[in-house]
Write a protein that binds this ligand. Structure first.
Ligand SMILES: *[C@@H]1O[C@H](CO)[C@@H](O)[C@H](O)[C@H]1NC(C)=O
Ligand SMILES: *[C@@H]1O[C@H](CO)[C@@H](O)[C@H](O)[C@H]1NC(C)=O
Length: 417
């Protein structure tokens, strides 16, 4: 299997790491160097409705290496669909690693950043939202409620979502997402080479019915004591407890001066709640020595469970694709990798994202600083005041004056309101 490692300043590093992981099998690797367009097919999906978004081949507004480009969504309110083919393979008896980097430069508030692996034969020109896929993986953000990493596995034509919550990154920097699926039906999800979730395909997806279920025949034994606390048999009601009245005559109340017994009837003082009254007596509670814990039905083998030792197998993986709807564009994908070697994937992430992340962060902070300065420069309050001034006094249009007199002008504006 030939590896594509055309990036000149990475070549030596990659060769070094190849020695370390010489056994790695790489099914697909795309760093988006020159010529990427011959490997990827842009779908015509949504094109006749003019809703197919264009990709921008760029390293983005901030980056750690301006020559390291990826593909970025560039139009708002658009559908995006693009895919690449690789020689068909099965991950049976192999670890499957699916990895890519994604950067949301647009401060994404609603949109996906995930990718898909597709199987069998796909008409890439028609690839779209309805095209069946085998695996969908990656971040998805929408509002405050959805900020998660999707990991959807398709089994017998049904999509199964992961049941565990895996939060995704929400900043405007590059992050590497890695999905590892192993022949022992375990998986791991990594972000920036750090494991965020791991477990079993049997437990963390409802692909197959559960192996064990609660015995529906089992009943709680008659003598099962599941009271954690019982009334203290030693505790006795204090003498005279029941004689304490609930209400007492208000000691502060006085018969009004102008009360006329003839007219108003006999005066009785109002009552108030008695602070001494504590309600009906109950003995205090103590721990029950016979407490056996909450009763649980024993687990039995689920008669509906039929194991599939090939639960993790996707026998005809052949395409990788991006299929998204974006309200706000600016999501940049890079370094797409499909391999059988987690160590190779880890090194690729280190050599790309790892090497560039500090410079990218610095560039981002610089860009943010510039943006904030621009914003203060054309602050809407100041420009309103300037308009006001222009209307009142047409011969003063010097910039310094606008700055110095800003406050006074604002006051003028308020007075007029
Ligand atoms: C592509 O990205 C670059 C860098 O962010 C930007 O300057 C350029 O305007 C973008 N082009 C399009 C067509 O969006
Ligand atoms: C999956 O499909 C196969 C073949 O159609 C079938 O034998 C099997 O019972 C299905 N498994 C589940 C869990 O639906």
């Amino acid at each position: 299997m030939a590896l594509r490692v055309p990036h000149p300043n990475l070549r030596s590093l990659v060769l070094l790491s190849l020695l370390a992981v010489a056994s790695a099998k790489v099914f697909f690797e795309e760093r988006f160097d020159d010529g990427w367009e011959s490997r990827w097919v842009k779908s015509d999906w949504k094109r006749d409705e003019s809703l197919a978004g264009e990709w921008n081949y760029t390293s983005g507004q901030w980056n750690g290496d301006a020559n390291d480009k990826g593909i970025q969504t560039s139009e708002d309110y658009r559908f995006y669909a693009i895919s690449a083919e690789y020689p068909e393979f099965s991950n049976k008896d192999k670890t499957l690693v699916f990895q890519f980097s994604v950067k949301h430069e647009q401060k994404l508030d609603c949109g996906g950043g995930y990718m898909k692996l597709l199987s069998g034969d796909v008409d890439q020109k028609k690839f779209g939202g309805d095209t069946p896929y085998s695996i969908m993986f990656g971040p998805d953000i929408c509002g405050y409620s959805t900020k998660k990493v999707h990991a959807i596995l398709t089994y017998n034509d049904t999509n199964h979502l992961i049941k565990k919550d895996v939060p995704c990154e929400t900043d405007q920097l590059t992050h590497v997402y890695t999905f590892i699926l192993r022949p022992d039906a375990t998986y791991s999800i990594l972000i920036d080479n750090v494991e965020k979730q791991t477990g079993s395909l049997y437990k963390d997806w409802d692909i197959l019915p559960p192996k064990k279920i609660k015995d529906p025949e089992a009943k709680k034994p008659e003598d099962w004591d599941d009271n954690e606390y019982i009334p203290d048999p030693e505790d006795k009601k204090p003498e005279g407890y029941d004689d304490i009245p609930k209400e007492i005559v208000d000691p502060e109340a006085k018969k009004p001066e102008d009360w006329d017994d003839e007219e108003d009837g006999e005066w009785t003082a109002p009552t108030i709640p008695n602070p001494e009254y504590k309600g009906p007596w109950t003995p205090k509670k103590i721990k029950n020595d016979n407490y056996k814990g909450k009763w649980k039905a024993p687990l039995i083998d689920n008669p509906d469970f039929k194991d599939d030792p090939d639960l993790y197998v996707f026998p005809k993986l052949k395409y990788v694709g991006i299929e998204l709807w974006q309200v706000k564009s600016g999501t940049l994908f890079d370094n797409v990798l499909i391999t059988d070697d987690p160590e190779y994937a880890k090194q690729l992430a280190e050599e790309t994202w790892g090497k560039q992340k500090d410079a990218e962060k610095a560039a981002f902070e610089e860009a943010e600083k510039k943006r904030e300065q621009e914003e203060t420069k054309d602050d809407p309050v100041d420009s309103d005041a300037e308009d006001e001034e222009d209307a009142d006094d047409s011969d003063s249009d010097s910039k310094t004056e606008a700055g110095e007199d800003g406050e006074a002008k604002e006051e003028d504006a308020h007075d007029e309101l």
